[in-house]
Ligand binder design. Structure first.
Ligand code: ZN
Length: 263
């Protein structure tokens, strides 16, 4: 175990093209429930009389948007979305110029909140709900604080969720973009996902290298496809293998400095 951790650390230290594929377990450590909230299946059925998967489906949203939004406000937005040390460690790798892209299926923009750039939210974002009439965007705080069904503050019509619902497809353009990104990666770093979890299963086959690293909370069937594997608490493993230093200071980028001078 320790030997593998050392080897992974060495690979990350040497590479400048690490593509991060991030699964749901990176979100679970924050205490957020997610959209489907599989772990609350019983409670959801008890409260609403429908299963989680029914409620977050596009057909159900079209029919019963009142129940849909009650569920989103109480189950999906169960707390504030605060990035963990995992997201911060990935951000630090980006500051070192090592991570050109982050691909995630969580919807809370946790990587962006840690300061990350070039994040592809494959399932959309709960921070970008949209008015179908005027196109104005509304964040999750707006949804949470709305009385009843959230409506656009200008048009007074219901807002469309910014994340994809069950039964909706991920945008094709986005999918082929990710295929290219994964194909050109030197290191494929999967965080908080099993190999057979949806996003990883779809994209890992495009990776051509021999540095497929998987870090997850527990071992799952099919994981042996990864070249290196580590299991346990993500908030302990990820800072270690990335050499995360919470006190490190990085020079600001030229354009950010320019913007500050203009102010
Ligand atoms: Zn509007």
């Amino acid at each position: 175990m320790e030997k593998i951790a050392e080897r992974i650390k060495e690979i990350i230290d040497k590479s400048r093209n690490i593509v991060v594929l991030s699964g749901l377990n990176t979100m679970r450590e924050t205490g957020l429930n997610g959209v489907r909230a599989e772990h609350l299946a019983y409670e959801t059925e008890e409260k609403y009389g429908y299963s989680n998967d029914e409620i977050v489906s596009s057909a159900f949203y079209a029919r019963r948007s009142d129940i849909f939004y009650d569920y989103i406000k109480n189950v999906t937005i169960n707390k504030e979305a605060v990035p963990t040390v995992v997201h911060k460690a990935v951000r630090q790798l980006q500051q070192k110029g090592k991570v050109p892209h982050i691909i995630t299926r969580t919807v809370y923009e946790l990587y962006q909140k840690a300061g990350c750039e070039h994040v592809l939210d494959m399932h959309g974002s709960i921070e970008k709900n949209i008015c179908p009439a005027c196109g104005k965007l509304f964040d999750m705080k707006y949804i949470k604080e709305s009385k009843g069904e959230p409506v656009c503050d200008k048009c007074r019509i219901p807002i469309r969720p910014g994340f994809i619902l069950l039964g909706e497809r991920v945008d094709n353009g986005k999918v082929s973009e990710v295929c290219d990104i994964v194909e050109s990666a030197d290191v494929l770093l999967v965080l908080g996902s099993a190999v057979r979890d949806p996003i990883c299963q779809h994209f890992e086959r495009y990776y051509k290298g021999n540095k497929f690293i998987l870090v997850n909370t527990e071992e799952k069937l099919g994981d042996t496809r990864a070249d290196y594997r580590l299991y346990g608490c993500l908030s302990e493993i990820v800072p270690y293998i990335t050499g995360y230093d919470p006190d490190a200071v990085f020079p600001e980028k030229a354009e950010e400095k320019m913007a500050q001078v203009k102010k």
